[in-house]
Design a protein around this ligand. Structure first.
Ligand code: AVJ
Length: 325
């Protein structure tokens, strides 16, 4: 009963947070929504489809690193002592499972601690990974990244290796991303490591195509957040009256996506405000920031880490950087 009540309270908080963030974002000038809300059940499916798109190179690049350089990667993180391998936003752990298998093969002494905001993902990983990776010690943690990093430090005092893959850091504007790295450093001790994925600056057309695929999956992914707002908050967005628009600025490295209002219109949110759109008014939806090698290394030093080495795919489009606290 206690457990049930706690669950319900958390869900209530989540819904209110979604409502507040949505209303605040849509009442701001310019309007914006938070890309962390893309990932409902349908959003998860669409993101899977994005990863299968020809144009979306990021997953293939990082997959190449995790499958072609697995042994070196394993040796770097093992570093001769027992450790906790903590993955922020583990998802289905497809890429990291290659590293896990290699660590098991080398009889490394470690516990895998995936952290995810989705309790569904954590219980799935807890149930399935030990079956596909016999001998794996796993302790999934469900909650906010930094709360769970503190919790992990209380559970065990072993050396920590934090995986933050998939260029998820790119979903924060650079200043917030740096702040995030600084916060992460505060939760770690000297000798701890971070393996962090950065998508690199490259041919602008290659970048833009990844966020503007021909088959329109990214467009659906973007519009799906309006569907989610309609379903969960009872709003009345008409999806036909908004258009997906992606841009890439090679100078700043910011790849951004927007939804553009195709006409003057109003959208009602029950128990909330009515939102008016001018024709061509935009909602800022997502940033996927691209970096240079130098910028990534600067992030390390500016947040109290030492950049140790970079794992790079053969096209040199993506890195998994290894930093030491
Ligand atoms: C999951 C944050 C790495 O920004 O490339 C993919 C999300 N958005 N296509 C990215 C995303 C549109 C993705 N990350």
């Amino acid at each position: 009963m206690e457990v049930l009540m706690r669950t319900r309270r958390v869900e209530h908080t989540d819904r209110t947070q979604f409502f507040d963030d949505t209303v605040n974002g849509l009442q701001s000038v310019p309007k914006h929504l938070d890309s962390k809300y893309f990932y409902d059940a349908e959003g998860d499916k669409l993101f899977q489809q994005i990863m299968d798109c020809d144009e979306y190179y990021l997953t293939n690049c990082e997959m190449e690193i995790f499958t072609q350089q697995t042994e070196t990667l394993a040796n770097v993180v093992m570093d001769g002592s027992a450790f906790d391998l903590i993955e922020l936003g583990a998802g289905d752990a497809t890429k990291s499972s290659h590293l896990l298998r290699e660590l098991l093969r080398q009889q490394a002494e470690f516990t895998y601690m995936p952290i995810d905001i989705s309790s569904h993902i954590i219980s799935h990983l807890n149930a399935t990974l030990p079956l596909s990776l016999p001998g794996l010690k796993i302790k999934g943690l469900n909650g906010e990244y930094f709360h769970m990093l503190s919790k992990a430090a209380k559970i065990s005092n072993r050396r920590k290796v934090v995986l933050f893959m998939g260029a998820n850091i790119g979903n924060m504007p650079p200043a917030s991303a740096l702040h995030f790295c600084q916060e992460m450093r505060k939760h770690l001790s000297p000798g701890d490591m971070v393996v962090i994925g950065f998508d690199l600056k490259k041919n602008p057309e290659t970048v833009l195509a990844a966020y503007n695929d021909k088959s329109g999956i990214t467009k659906r992914f973007n519009l799906n957040l309006l569907t989610r707002i309609n379903r969960e908050l009872g709003a009345d967005f008409n999806l036909n009256c908004f258009k997906h628009y992606a841009t890439y600025d090679p100078e700043s490295g910011a790849c951004k996506s927007y939804l553009i209002s195709l006409k003057e219109q109003t959208v009602r949110i029950p128990d909330g405000p009515t939102i008016s759109f001018d024709e061509n008014e935009y909602i800022s939806m997502e940033i996927s920031q691209k970096y240079t090698l130098a910028q990534a290394a600067d992030f390390a030093t500016q947040s109290g880490f030492e950049p140790l080495l970079n794992f790079t795919d053969s096209k040199e489009w993506f890195i998994d950087a290894v930093w030491v606290a």
